[in-house]
Design a protein around this ligand. Structure first.
Ligand SMILES: Nc1ncnc2c1ncn2[C@@H]1O[C@H](COP(=O)(O)OP(=O)(O)OP(=O)(O)O)[C@@H](O)[C@H]1O
Ligand SMILES: [Mg+2]
Length: 360
């Protein structure tokens, strides 16, 4: 490989890369480091490593050990320091020796991964066990509920044909439509608990989104609202189950419409994620992700609702089942993706769906 190629690789790496000299000064860095630390390269080149990671003796100790022994260290936890504004961010570092052609150690290469988003997602309360317990009960009950429902529905329909009194007929119509509602809910509950059999294929996320937006356009127009799509045309296709993803975005778009006020705009943005990579257990390296953001300027949510977002049956809507988000999360997680929700009461909600492209 020639020097130019080396240089291109160095600058293209999605993680931060630093080259540290034996006297622990920063000799080289790639562009991601500037982004991570909100600092220009000139402000830290030839400065001590401690400027980016102040007062972290465990890190300096390890760098010195690499210089002496040539050993590598993975998963070194550290805190990066930003000056403007003054703040720290969690980082995960990999240290390895920088070797000359004669195998002598000339410095240390540090790979830096920004863990802010991952930490946030980990901390977000997600009642996973809840789902498992619920799953077992639900699977048992769902069957038992649906059978008699069939009987009730059939009898109500027969009775309706016999009865001539209009208002009595209407009562029976209510019986049928409410039975249908329970049926739909039980079916969704089963969806939530059954292991998904994903049919993966190369999927164009914009096509998925456009189909859903077409379906839901009328309900937003009724509120005088509109969708605004900001798509990244260079977005790569992803390995996904198209039908399942449609369910996810249908749920999310419906929620955004339901939360919207008159004349509200809903933005749908797609882009490639640089700051965050999901690492499925089966894959040794992080993967590149695409992000779909659904941003509404609707009613937003208070803290209590945000904490319970993914709890099955938690709803603030009269006709809601509280299953839309838990089902969406399950589908996205089965694709090794993540969902992040940020919201402010009265201002609106942003839902971010991260999905791996399958590329590394
Ligand atoms: N975009 C949003 N804006 C404001 N609140 C939201 C938004 N999305 C979800 N929520 C809140 O989260 C709750 C749970 O959402 P979820 O989609 O799981 O269920 P639901 O919409 O109530 O019912 P379902 O989707 O089953 O019809 C909602 O009742 C609502 O309070
Ligand atoms: Mg919903």
């Amino acid at each position: 490989m020639n020097d130019r190629l080396h240089q291109n690789i160095f600058y293209s790496i999605i993680e931060g890369v630093l080259l540290i000299s034996p006297s622990l000064t920063i000799q080289e860095s790639n562009l991601t480091v500037e982004d991570m630390f909100h600092r220009s390269r000139d402000s830290f080149i030839h400065h001590n490593l401690e400027e980016l990671f102040p007062r972290q003796s465990h890190l300096l100790d390890k760098v010195r050990k690499v210089l002496i022994t040539g050993a590598c260290y993975h998963d070194v936890e550290a805190e990066g320091m930003r000056n403007t504004p003054s703040s720290r961010f969690p980082a995960n570092l990999t240290l390895s020796p920088f070797l000359e052609s004669d195998d002598s150690i000339q410095g240390v290469v540090i790979l830096i991964k920004n863990m802010t988003l991952i930490r946030e997602l980990e901390e977000r309360q997600r009642p996973a066990d809840h789902l498992n317990n619920l799953g077992q009960i639900a699977m048992g009950m769902a069957h038992e509920i649906r059978n008699p429902l069939g009987g009730i529905r059939g009898s109500a329909q027969l009775l309706r044909q016999e009865i001539k009194n209009k208002s009595h007929q209407e009562y029976l119509d209510i019986v049928v439509s409410e039975v249908d509602r329970i049926n739909r809910m039980v079916k969704r509950m089963m969806d939530l608990t059954r292991p998904l059999d994903l049919k993966l294929a190369s999927t164009n996320i914009h096509k998925v989104l456009e189909e859903i937006l077409m379906l839901e356009k009328d309900s937003l127009t009724r509120k005088n609202g509109r969708f605004e799509q900001v798509y990244d045309p260079s977005l790569p296709p992803i390995e996904a189950d198209e039908d399942q993803l449609k369910q996810v975005f249908l749920n999310l778009i419906k929620n955004a419409i339901e939360a919207s006020r008159k004349g509200g705009k809903i933005q749908i943005i797609t882009r490639v994620s640089s700051g965050y990579a999901v690492k499925p257990a089966s894959s040794p390296v992080p993967q590149q992700n695409i992000v779909v953001e659904i941003i509404d300027s609707g009613e937003g949510m208070d803290e209590a609702t945000q904490k319970k977002l993914f709890t099955p049956f938690h709803t603030t809507k009269q006709k809601g089942s509280g299953l839309g988000l838990p089902i969406s999360l399950k589908i996205v997680e089965d694709h090794h993706g993540k969902i992040k929700v940020t919201s402010e009461k009265g201002l609106g909600t942003t839902v971010q769906v991260f999905l791996p492209t399958g590329k590394r």
